[in-house]
Design a protein around this ligand. Structure first.
Ligand SMILES: Nc1nc2c(ncn2[C@@H]2O[C@H](COP(=O)(O)OP(=O)(O)O)[C@@H](O)[C@H]2O)c(=O)[nH]1
Ligand SMILES: [Mg+2]
Length: 297
């Protein structure tokens, strides 16, 4: 999880070599409670900058983090405890870029969108199960009408976990959703699972836009697979041109990933609502910024 991102900070905090904390060690050995020189602060923050780029942190954001670290290294005073002091200041910097939000609805329509394979369908079922365990009446509407296998996947999962499901054999997602909603008035939550595409597909985006306008979901969450790199994050911004996105569900945190996208999401203005980290039905939690930062550093 977050392999390269974690590594970027571990490299900085783990070693006393001459381009990282070795500099601080030497400086504090001479005078306790000292700030770093321009050159020292530059060397440490530049090195982190390159490691962040390598971890798929967007260029602008890596640059911001670098400048912030530089300023902090220059303005703060460090003691023999420099490693912990720098760890804390780095955590403080990252916390600014991880934004989270809580599901504060008591009832409503939640629509999941995003590219194929990122985890929409399985997350819809996990989310439904979580809400059901909280005593809510929940139903999923299966609106991925383009693939027969998608319907079967949902039917099987919902049967296994005793989740109510609406699917029909319409070929238009909007009609399925409208019919599904008409027969779902007694439910607290409706979760709409939609179709995705691997590549950008303007027709699909228009379709989703049309659904959003007609159905007006209370919450639209983009399902983002944690392993996506910088280039794929571009997709998220393309979606945003068509659809109002309230936030993100960050999936597959149990798998290897560079990790930069978790920072990029917040940087692009999308709060994280939930994270998923496995194939089990309960492998989902509300996103917690401190927890995510603690996993990184
Ligand atoms: N390891 C792991 N796999 C996941 C997670 N979430 C989803 N998957 C898997 O990712 C694959 C695609 O998921 P699916 O829900 O069908 O994606 P969709 O195309 O966006 O609906 C499936 O094999 C899921 O079991 C997760 O948190 N961890
Ligand atoms: Mg699906």
């Amino acid at each position: 999880m977050f392999d390269k991102l974690k590594n970027a900070f571990q490299k900085l905090l783990g070693k006393d070599d001459d381009i990282r904390l070795g500099i601080v060690k030497e400086t504090v050995a001479k005078i306790v409670n000292v700030s770093l020189s321009e050159q020292e602060a530059n060397r440490i923050s530049d090195q982190l900058f390159y490691d962040l780029l390598d971890a798929d942190v967007p260029f602008d954001l890596a640059n911001f983090i670098k400048s912030q670290l530089y300023r902090e290294l220059r303005s703060r005073k460090f003691s023999e405890n420099y490693r912990e002091e720098i760890r804390e200041l780095l955590k403080g910097i990252l916390l600014q870029y991880i934004s989270t939000a809580q599901l504060d609805l008591q009832r409503g329509i939640i629509m999941l969108i995003g590219p194929n394979g990122y985890g929409k369908t399985t997350t819809a079922v996990k989310l439904a199960y979580m809400l059901k365990m909280r005593g809510k009446r929940v139903r999923i509407i299966g609106a991925d009408v383009f693939r027969a296998a998608a319907r079967e996947q949902l039917q099987e999962l919902c049967k296994r976990y005793e989740i109510d499901l609406y699917v029909d054999d319409s070929e238009r997602p909007l009609s399925t959703i409208i019919r599904g909603l008409k027969s779902s008035e007694s439910y607290d939550f409706i979760i709409i699972d939609t179709a995705g595409r691997q590549d950008m597909n303007v027709n699909l985006l228009r379709e989703l836009q049309n659904i959003q306008q007609k159905v007006n979901p209370d919450l639209v969450l983009y399902v983002l697979e944690s392993s996506v790199g910088n280039s794929s994050l571009h997709q998220l911004r393309e979606y945003r041109k068509f659809i109002k996105i309230d936030g993100i569900i960050y999936t597959k945190m149990d798998l290897d990933s560079a990790g930069g996208s978790v920072l990029a999401a917040g940087y692009y203005g999308f709060p994280l609502y939930f994270i998923t980290y496995g194939q089990g039905i309960q492998d989902i939690s509300a996103a917690n910024a401190q927890d995510i930062v603690d996993r990184i550093i």
